[in-house]
Design a protein around this ligand. Structure first.
Ligand code: DAH
Length: 441
């Protein structure tokens, strides 16, 4: 369902809240319930969504024709024409879907409310597209791509934004001899195609002592699954990057496979591409943990999955210098792009930045840096370019913690005048006092 952009999706009248630890929570005025995408949820001490985040839920950049995120999605989808292409799953999931269904340990740091956005203890915004694996496999879909917005509490700079987009791809198959043979034949075909392409691959073993096959998998099917995964992704990366990088016989596209760890795959890999002089981390992938497939009711299958971040790749392919630009509704940004084509972004202006420093005492030691970033983002929106903690110390006698924070303001559309920045900064300061109980030094 395509949600209308003009309809507000959250209905509450106050102008911002954040709640984290009990000691911080006493400074906040979280309402007793909130509405997210047409549903009402009771709040509790997990609630830490902010209006600025909620306003992003309806944007659906990946469905906006011509937008770089949407073009990149189409390119990936066109590489997997026989896969189901999904893109309308709600960002609201349970912690079970996001973590437990994928065998994340109970103490995994990603679960912390300092790292993820919770509506309440039982509902959160997905932090990755893998959250939907069990659900999709259990619908009987064996080959699929899912594009979606994902949410993570994070620092503020040119390459971090609390909302970004991922694509998850997966393929599972039967494990009887004839099905495995079919996958082997497909591998041979892909191998021949890649051999005729200008690509140089630095590979790792399909499995090793530190990156093992799963005990329930036999050697042959485990090998062929990892091999099929590698071939499918190498040819995807060739499609995405060789066009822009101009791979030739003498200067082929370089792709590097690295052993990795994810709670929900084994063996697991990360893939990097050498682009404009640097190795860039592009995606994570691996052989799906059998327990995930068991939970989905497809215990007799096996297969692979990958997840990639679209903003990172789009920033590289389109030469887009700041992640905030993807959210721009300015015609000078949007009108530069044609759906299905990758053209270098032409910066239309670079207005001067303006910075302000704040020093304060934290109200309690459990105030997390991410609490600070969310408050600033909520006040200044996309006018904040970067937030850096430039000094941190603990008072010897009182044991109070002090921070000095530098906020860099800059607009893409116009020059910010000093008075305007002062107003923003004053609002940031009073919001930090109200919401986080800090004491300005
Ligand atoms: N979900 C992971 C992340 O957000 C990426 C990922 C890694 C997805 C491995 C996968 C996978 O499907 O197999 O960092």
């Amino acid at each position: 369902m395509l949600l209308s952009r003009s309809r507000p999706l959250y209905r509450f009248t106050f102008n911002g809240w954040i709640s984290t630890s009990p000691s911080i929570r006493k400074f906040t005025n979280t309402p007793s319930s909130i509405r997210v995408l047409e549903e009402t949820y009771p709040t509790d001490d997990y609630t830490n969504l902010t209006p600025s985040i909620l306003s992003k839920l309806s944007r659906r950049l990946h469905a906006q024709k011509g937008h770089p995120i949407s073009t990149l999605r189409s390119l990936v989808e066109s590489h997997f024409p026989d896969f189901s292409h999904l893109s309308s799953l709600s960002p609201v999931v349970t912690p079970y879907q996001n973590f437990d269904s994928l065998s994340f340990p109970a103490d995994h740091p990603g679960r912390a409310k300092t790292d993820s956005y919770y509506i309440n203890k039982n509902a959160m915004l997905r932090t990755h597209t893998s959250a939907h694996e069990v659900e999709i496999f259990s619908r009987g879909i064996e080959r699929w791509l899912l594009t979606a917005d994902v949410y993570r509490r994070d620092e503020i700079d040119a390459s971090h934004y609390p909302v970004f987009h991922q694509m998850e791809g997966a393929k599972i198959f039967d494990t009887d001899a004839s099905s495995i043979e079919r996958v082997e034949r497909e591998c041979q075909l892909l191998e021949r195609q890649l051999a005729a392409s200008n690509i140089a691959i630095e590979d790792v073993q399909h499995m090793s002592e530190t990156n093992p096959a799963q005990t329930s998998h036999d050697m042959r099917s485990s090998e062929v699954t990892a091999k099929n995964l590698k071939l499918c992704l190498n040819s995807l990366l060739y499609k995405l990057f060789a066009g822009v990088a101009g791979a030739t016989k003498d200067d082929p596209l370089r792709v590097r496979w690295i052993e990795a760890y994810f709670p929900f795959t084994s063996p697991s890999f990360e893939v990097e591409v050498f682009f404009r002089g640097k190795w860039l981390e592009i995606l994570g992938c691996g052989v799906v943990l059998q327990s995930t497939l068991d939970r989905a009711g497809v215990a007799n299958k096996m297969g692979w999955a990958f997840g990639l971040g679209l903003e990172r790749i789009a920033m590289i392919l389109y030469s887009i210098p700041d992640i905030r630009l993807f959210w721009s509704e300015d015609a000078r940004f949007l009108s530069q792009f044609t759906h299905g084509k990758i053209d270098a972004f032409k910066p239309y202006s670079r207005y001067p930045p303006s910075h302000r420093d704040i020093s304060f005492w934290k109200s309690s030691s459990d105030m997390h840096d991410n609490d600070l970033y969310d408050v600033i983002r909520d006040v200044a929106g996309d006018l904040v370019e970067d937030v850096a903690i430039i000094d941190r110390f603990t008072h010897q006698k009182t044991q109070r913690h002090s921070l000095t924070v530098r906020v860099i303001y800059r607009s893409f559309d116009r020059s910010l005048v000093n008075e305007e920045v002062n107003v923003l900064q004053n609002r940031v300061v009073s919001r930090l006092r109200e919401r986080l109980g800090v004491e300005i030094r």
